[in-house]
Design a protein around this ligand. Structure first.
Ligand code: ATP
Ligand code: MG
Ligand code: FE
Length: 342
């Protein structure tokens, strides 16, 4: 199958063509960093307008680059949530129009399923079930992935997502938006033991995450004027890694046998986090998989790939009146954690 993927749930407008043989025939991505940077975060109204301006030209570009037309496609996959609703609607309505024009199946994709299956796009050897740490701008979850549409969530965050903690730390340190890559870069020059920071819930046996206390401690460390920014960045990252490893170890013990430990989502681009998880996997005699960096942060290839997987697993196409969803948990049966986590 050859699927066109569309992504517009946050601040990247993206289109990609992916086939069942895991080939990315063409992809294009337009980041809105410059538009949102003055505001220190994503402004939903600006994002929706930028998606609307850029998406159709991007789709035309990938089709042209791959030498394909609508009639060569087997389906249109678009993020239908969760995310900023204005942007999601732009992508989904564009997908509906193309599906109608080309008489093609529409695949309404959960953005989180895009992240969750992205490691299989890059790694043909990765088999279900696998343990997934999904760490992104809006989520921090541990799941057992049994197949497309089959997720068991063991842990989520009770306050901030991990990417959010990186972004807030960047903001406190004056590193601008988006913050994760900037914190990682600054941390390279710092001492991870220099600043005593809390590891919320480590050692408590709790499986859920919490990063709000860590963020407050970073703020106090900056305000104290006692520490170099690179030491704060390195110490924050070390604390975050300790939290992740502690919770993932507990979850691995609780989820039953799996074929691999996998990390996905924007924060999976972080090399220190990847290295720590690789060690943890080795201790459990599990292979470790992380997607290439370009597949970690938001992209359309993962949305197209989720479409390929769902189609091949026999999921029916979605009706043309399928709704965009601002919230859409991967595991609807999971109990909400205390606080805001989904
Ligand atoms: P979600 O997928 O939960 O809807 P999102 O789509 O906004 O949220 P992603 O694009 O998957 O999130 O990831 C973006 C997040 O990843 C941001 O918080 C960003 O700071 C973080 N991030 C990106 N690169 C790195 C890195 N190298 N180290 C740490 N964090 C990073
Ligand atoms: Mg982004
Ligand atoms: Fe994302």
């Amino acid at each position: 199958a050859l699927i066109l993927g569309i992504e517009s749930s946050c601040d990247e407008t993206a289109a990609a063509l992916v086939d069942s043989d895991r080939r990315i025939l063409a992809q294009a991505i337009a980041s809105q960093e410059a538009e949102h940077a003055p505001y220190g975060g994503v402004v939903p109204e600006i994002a929706a307008r930028a998606h609307a301006e850029r998406l159709v030209p991007l789709i035309e570009r990938v089709l042209k680059e791959a030498g394909k037309t609508l009639s060569d496609l087997d389906g249109i996959a678009a993020t239908a949530g969760p995310g900023l609703i204005g942007g999601v609607m732009v992508g989904l309505v564009t997908a509906k129009a193309l599906a109608m024009a080309g008489d093609l199946p529409l695949l309404a994709i959960n953005h989180l399923e895009g992240h969750a299956l992205s490691p299989r796009l890059a790694d043909p050897a990765l088999q279900f079930p696998y343990a997934l740490l999904l760490v992104s701008g809006g989520h921090c979850q541990i799941l057992r992935v049994d197949g497309p549409g089959q997720y068991r969530r063991l842990a989520t965050t009770i306050d901030d997502a991990l990417g959010e903690a990186f972004d807030k730390t960047a903001k406190i340190l004056g590193l601008g938006y988006p913050g994760g890559p900037a914190v990682e870069k600054l941390a390279l020059a710092g001492n991870p033991c220099a600043v005593p920071l809390p590891r919320p819930l480590v050692g408590s046996g709790e499986m859920h995450f919490s990063f709000a206390g860590l963020k407050s401690a970073v703020l106090r460390a900056v305000e104290s004027g006692q520490h170099a920014p690179e030491d704060i960045a390195a110490s924050f990252q070390a604390a975050a890694v300790d939290c992740i490893i502690d919770r993932t170890r507990i979850a691995l013990g609780a989820m039953g046998p799996v074929s691999a430990l996998v990390v996905a989502g924007g924060v999976a681009a972080n090399q220190t986090i990847r290295a720590a998880l690789e060690d943890l996997a080795a201790n459990h005699d599990l292979p470790f998989t992380a997607p290439p960096l370009a597949l970690c942060t938001d992209n359309a290839a993962m949305i197209a790939w989720a479409g390929v997987e769902r189609m091949e697993a026999g999921f029916p196409a979605d009706p043309l009146d399928v709704a965009a969803r601002p919230r859409w948990p991967l595991d609807p049966a999971a109990e909400p954690a205390r606080g805001a986590g989904v």
